[in-house]
Design a protein around this ligand. Structure first.
Ligand code: DSN
Length: 414
């Protein structure tokens, strides 16, 4: 393979993102400044350790960048340095979560998290993941009738099991999370509370979802989802836990931090404090609500009957297709989403009964209610006629006409 061929593929992927409808709830478009910072010579530098305490020389500029990213991370959530600490080195949400478990607990300790099938994450104790292998995870689930959290049931399990840590914050939960209730349950049972806000961090910054601060003891988040930053993560914790968290990240789990990505995080945290970013978060939820109403008006069923966040889940069972068949048909029309489990899914994780849809990326490119109504109609038509090749072709054309009016990276070419 030639180098040029790699760049050709990068250009084709950029074009796919430009011309398609990115509705994978965890995806978004980072700004050109964020992308630019990741491609700088900061990538060349080793800086194991933390600002002012490095194992290599030549970190005078890197230290300033990382310290600024830490300060900006706290500012973003309105937190003060007297009480809170940010570690911006975790490479991913998974490694951030592992650092919390390894930093604050012993292998084998009991942790409570939401079942993966109900919207929890792999790192919240799935048996195929390090979390489920190393720690004794007890799972709570959603109310089978409502598809929503049953806080009384969470409290009952916590009281019986007495976990050392309770994890809340999810990857496929459509409703707002009551962090106050989770904190009361954790306190009443002597547990620490960790909120994994990877999906909803941007909404929290924009006031479109309640904040886990000051209720959670530790908050983890990826930075590339609703925050629109680089593909990476961070941990914010109460100051009294800072030493253990820092030690768990480095030298516990990671070597050299990716300082080019940390610079991109600093840029993202500056961008996210703008009024535009914040109003976009409110619009993201409005767009999800409009999408939900449009799908329901077309006879589609949604888990929990709708959404209060950036995402919703279609229950495909009345359409007589699997989530995979549905999302594959949508992709043929340039509409990208993922097959997803529904609560108490009668099918398998490899071929689940739902489709998860999110509105962050469409909102970043400027879509509002008018466009979301069109999108809802297209998705409903495809899911009702997933093998109609002409229909998918026709909708793909309409998708391309619409996305051309909302450019995201005009003329970007590598
Ligand atoms: N894979 C992410 C998501 O799609 O929600 C979570 O890690």
């Amino acid at each position: 393979m030639e180098i040029k061929e790699v760049f050709d593929l990068i250009n084709q992927e950029t074009d796919r993102q430009e011309k398609g409808l990115v509705m994978i709830a965890s995806e978004n478009y980072a700004s050109l400044d964020v992308l630019k910072a990741m491609g700088t010579p900061l990538s060349n530098k080793y800086s194991e350790g933390y600002p002012g305490k490095r194992y290599y020389s030549g970190n005078q500029f890197i230290d300033q960048i990382e310290s600024s990213a830490q300060k900006l991370a706290l500012q973003l959530f309105g937190l003060d340095e007297e009480n809170w600490h940010a570690n911006v080195q975790p490479h991913s949400g998974s490694s951030a979560n592992l650092a919390v478990y390894l930093g604050l607990l012993q292998p084998g300790d009991k942790i409570m998290g939401l079942d993966l099938g109900a919207g929890g994450h792999l790192t919240h104790g799935s048996p195929v993941n390090f979390s489920g292998k190393l720690f004794n995870f007890i799972h709570y689930n959603l109310d089978p009738e409502t598809g929503k959290l049953d806080y009384a049931e969470v409290a009952r399990i916590a009281e019986t099991e007495k976990p050392k840590l309770i994890v809340c914050g999810f990857t496929a939960y459509t409703q707002q999370i009551d962090f106050v209730k989770f904190s009361e349950i954790a306190k009443a049972n002597g547990a620490l509370l960790m909120a994994d806000i990877s999906h909803i961090a941007g909404l929290i910054v924009g006031g479109a979802h309640p904040s886990p601060f000051p209720y959670a003891d530790i908050v983890t988040t990826t930075t590339h989802k609703t925050l629109r930053g680089p593909r990476s993560a961070m941990i914010i914790c109460k100051n009294e836990l800072a030493k253990q968290i820092d030690k768990a990240v480095f030298p516990g789990m990671q070597g050299g931090p990716l300082e080019n990505v940390i610079a991109a995080k600093a840029i993202c945290f500056i961008e996210d404090q703008s009024e535009k970013f914040k109003s976009d978060q409110i619009q993201t939820v409005k767009n999800a609500e409009t999408l939900a109403e449009g799908l329901k008006a077309n006879g589609l069923n949604l888990v929990a009957g709708g959404t209060q966040t950036h995402l919703l889940i279609i229950d495909c069972r009345n359409l007589n297709i699997s989530g995979k068949e549905g999302s594959n048909a949508m992709a043929e029309a340039g509409i990208y989403a993922n097959a997803n489990m529904i609560p108490y899914d009668p099918s398998t994780p490899m071929n689940p009964s739902g489709i998860r849809l999110g509105t962050p990326a469409l909102t970043t490119r400027g879509f509002k209610e008018t466009e979301m109504k069109m999108v809802a109609d297209w998705i409903a038509q495809i899911l009702k006629n997933p093998t109609d090749e002409n229909l998918k072709k026709e909708i793909k054309n309409q998708v391309e006409n619409l996305t051309a009016k909302f450019p995201i990276y005009p003329n970007l070419s590598y």
